[in-house]
Design a protein around this ligand. Structure first.
Ligand code: COA
Length: 255
C-alpha cells in the first residue's frame, strides 16, 4: 500500500497521506515518498495547484515517535531529516493543505509549509513536542509565531494547548473553515480557483507573498516591483488583459 496516494484531476492533483493506523505519523519513508511525489507534480506543467490532505480523522499526528525514540541525534543529523522539508518550501506549484482532525507536531509544521490551509471544523492544531522532551524542529517555532503572534504561539508550544479550527481561523493560521464533510471538496474547489488563474502570475505572486512573510518590507517591495514587470512580460498577461477588454474568458498557457 503506498504511503502517499495521488489523484490527478487536471489542472489540479490531490495527494493524500496514507498511514491511517498511525494517524499519518510522518515516518522517514512517508516523508521521502511525499517529497518525491510533490517534486514530480511540480515538474508537470499541466498541474497548476496541488491539494495535500490526510484522512478525516487526522491530517497527521506528527513525526513518527517510534522512529524518533530509537534514533540518535547524530543519525538524524546525518540523514538530513529536516533539510528534506526545504524541498516543500521550494515548490513552484501552489499547495493547499486540506486539514481534518489531528494536525499536530510535524503535521502542523507540514500544513504551515503549504501556501494556505483549508480546515474542517473538526481540525485541531498543536505543537506538543515539549511533552516528549523535544521541540518543534521543522519550522514550528518560527512559522507558528509568524502566523499567530507570540502570545498564542507561546501558549500552544509551551503548554501544549491545541487550537480548534475556529481559533486557528481567528488567529490567522488557516484561511477557511468548512463543514466536517466538506474538508476535501472545499480544498479542491479552492485549488481549482487558483489553477484557473494565470500560471506565471500565480507563481510570481506566491513567491512575493513568501517574501513578505520571510523578509523586511523594503526588500519585499523591491522584489514585488520586479516580479510585476516579469508578470507583465508574460503572454498570460497579454491574454488576461485582452480577454477582459474583449469580455471573454482568458485562455492561459503558462507562458
Ligand atoms: N507517531 C507514531 N505513532 C503515532 C503517532 C505518532 N506521532 N501518533 C499516533 N500514533 C499511533 C498510536 O501509537 C496508535 O497506535 P497503536 O494503535 O498501535 O497503539 C495509533 O496511532 C492511534 O493513536 P491513539 O493514541 O490510540 O489515538 P487517540 O485518538 O487516543 O489519540 C492523539 C490521538 C493524536 C492525541 C495521540 O495519538 C497523540 O498524542 N499522538 C502523538 C502526537 C504528538 O506528540 N506529536 C508530535 C510528535 S513529535
Amino acid at each position: 500500500m503506498p504511503l502517499v496516494e495521488v489523484e490527478h484531476e487536471r489542472p489540479i492533483a490531490t495527494v493524500l497521506l496514507n498511514r491511517p493506523r498511525q494517524l499519518n505519523a510522518l515516518s522517514d519513508e512517508l516523508m521521502d515518498e511525499l517529497v518525491r511525489t510533490l517534486e514530480e507534480l511540480d515538474r508537470d506543467e499541466s498541474i497548476r495547484c496541488v491539494v495535500l490532505g490526510g484522512s478525516e480523522r487526522a491530517f497527521a499526528a506528527g513525526a513518527d515517535i517510534g522512529e524518533l525514540a530509537t534514533s540518535t541525534a547524530i543519525e538524524l543529523y546525518y540523514q538530513r531529516r529536516v533539510e528534506r522539508w526545504d524541498a516543500i518550501r521550494g515548490l513552484w506549484t501552489p499547495l493547499v493543505a486540506a486539514v481534518s482532525g489531528f494536525c499536530l507536531g510535524g503535521g502542523c509544521e507540514l500544513a504551515m509549509a503549504c501556501d494556505l490551509i483549508v480546515a474542517s471544523e473538526t481540525a485541531q492544531f498543536g505543537q506538543p513536542e515539549t511533552s516528549l522532551g523535544i521541540i518543534p524542529g521543522a519550522g514550528g517555532t518560527q512559522r507558528l509565531t509568524r502566523a499567530v503572534g507570540k502570545a498564542i504561539a507561546m501558549d500552544v508550544i509551551l503548554s501544549g494547548r491545541r487550537l480548534s479550527a475556529r481559533e486557528a481561523l481567528a488567529a490567522g493560521l488557516v484561511a477557511r473553515v468548512v463543514a466536517k464533510e466538506a474538508w476535501l471538496d472545499e480544498a479542491k474547489r479552492v485549488a481549482r480557483e487558483i489553477a484557473s488563474k494565470g500560471p506565471v502570475a500565480t507563481r510570481l505572486a506566491k513567491e512575493m507573498v513568501d517574501r513578505a512573510y520571510e523578509g523586511p518590507l523594503s526588500l519585499g517591495l523591491e522584489f514585488e516591483r520586479r516580479a510585476l514587470y516579469l508578470a507583465f512580460a508574460s503572454e498570460d498577461a497579454k491574454e488576461g488583459l485582452t480577454a477582459f477588454v474583449e469580455k471573454r474568458r482568458p485562455e492561459f498557457r503558462g507562458r
